[in-house]
Design a protein around this ligand. Structure first.
Ligand SMILES: Cc1cc2nc3c(=O)[nH]c(=O)nc-3n(C[C@H](O)[C@H](O)[C@H](O)COP(=O)(O)O)c2cc1C
Length: 329
């Protein structure tokens, strides 16, 4: 059984190829066996009665059954119900694993988030109290989705590294995540020279100041390079290549955090020497190196770095950086 479904994948099947998408809203899909039967009526009434609460949490509630549209329409009118979807060939039900071996519908409900990912599911639903149960789960999800994304909160420029290897496959995933960043005119100005051979790693680390001693165990370093004409250069002198590369590295770091890897950007290295080692052409700017490793022992860090590593993250107050309407100094 698949756990994750992109609802948008099924939308064309549902909407005769028009491809309506629920992206941006929560979607509650409940599959029921047959319109106008007692259990299905109680279930549908349960959802309809709580509809204002669901809508208050940006959710659309859709009941799905294999009944023909006419039968569903009668059901909806007779019981003053809301949105129903007719799925006579059980295309949607099958996609969600809501069809039993005997081809009957498995009464089940799926709670899909704003990005199209199934976040909760109920199989073999007992109808009494079910809508309330789904609503409570939605409320919890809604509240947690409005907090800072956990991966953004968890990302840190960690320095406690181990020498355990990071595979090329993992590095490729990081680069793929970086490559999904937005860029002006989709120019994708980032270039990533990835170093994973011992000799080159040693030569690059050799160029770093003493303060970057902690990079010693790292088994991979990604050099981020670009040049102005790889991205938009506007007539008023706004060049976007650095901006684009920054966003790409941000994606990379967040992806690494989710994969349990450290991705730490550094400016402390000799760019001219490193460009030479990596044979990066003269007209490119070597913007940063990103040190990639698995987590290691903070006990091996200097006292200052150990404190930073284990302490709370320091940030200026939000009022220093968030300005409403007019820039005030
Ligand atoms: C462009 C850039 C250059 C950095 N250079 C170094 C560096 O050379 N050495 C180092 O130890 N940390 C370096 N850092 C890490 C920052 O010190 C770190 O991101 C900052 O203290 C905030 O901590 P946090 O990322 O854990 O929130 C760099 C970060 C950036 C974005």
């Amino acid at each position: 059984m698949q756990l994750f479904h992109q609802v948008t994948e099924f939308a064309p099947a549902l909407y005769g190829g028009k491809g309506k998408s629920y992206v941006g809203r929560y979607l509650v899909l409940y599959f029921y066996p047959k319109a106008n039967t007692p259990g299905c009526t109680r279930e549908a009434e349960g959802f309809t009665n709580l509809l204002p609460e669901f809508e208050g949490l940006d959710a659309t509630v859709v009941g799905v059954s294999p009944d023909r549209p006419e039968a569903q329409a009668k059901f909806v009118q007779a019981k003053s119900l809301k949105t129903m979807l007719s799925d006579p060939n059980k295309v949607l039900a099958r996609a969600f694993g809501a069809v039993k071996e005997n081809d009957g519908i498995l009464r089940s409900t799926f709670l899909i988030d704003r990005t199209g990912i199934v976040r909760a599911q109920w199989k073999k639903v007992k109808v009494d109290g079910h809508a309330q149960d789904v609503l409570e789960t939605l409320r919890t999800l809604y509240d947690s989705d409005r907090r800072i994304n956990p991966l953004i909160a968890a990302r840190r420029a960690r320095r406690a590294l181990s020498d355990a290897p990071v595979s090329r496959e993992e590095i490729e995933t990081l680069i793929e995540a970086a490559h999904l960043a937005p860029s002006c005119f989709n120019n994708q100005p980032w270039r990533f020279v990835t170093i994973d051979d011992d000799e080159t790693l040693a030569a690059v680390k050799e160029t770093m100041p003493k303060g970057n001693y902690w990079t010693a165990p790292a088994s991979a370093i990604i050099a981020v390079a670009s040049k102005p004409d790889l991205n938009c250069q506007l007539s008023d002198k706004r060049d976007y290549y650095l901006f684009g590369c920054g966003m790409a590295v941000s994606n990379l770091m967040i992806q690494a955090t989710g994969m349990g890897l450290v991705a730490h950007p550094i400016a402390g290295f000799k760019p001219v020497v490193v460009k030479k080692i990596l044979e990066i052409p003269d007209d490119y700017v070597l913007i940063a190196l990103v040190v990639i490793a698995r987590s290691g022992d903070p006990g091996k860090l200097s006292e200052k770095h150990r404190e930073e590593e284990l302490g709370v993250r320091e940030r200026r107050p939000l009022t220093d950086v968030l300005i409403w309407n007019r820039f005030k100094l």
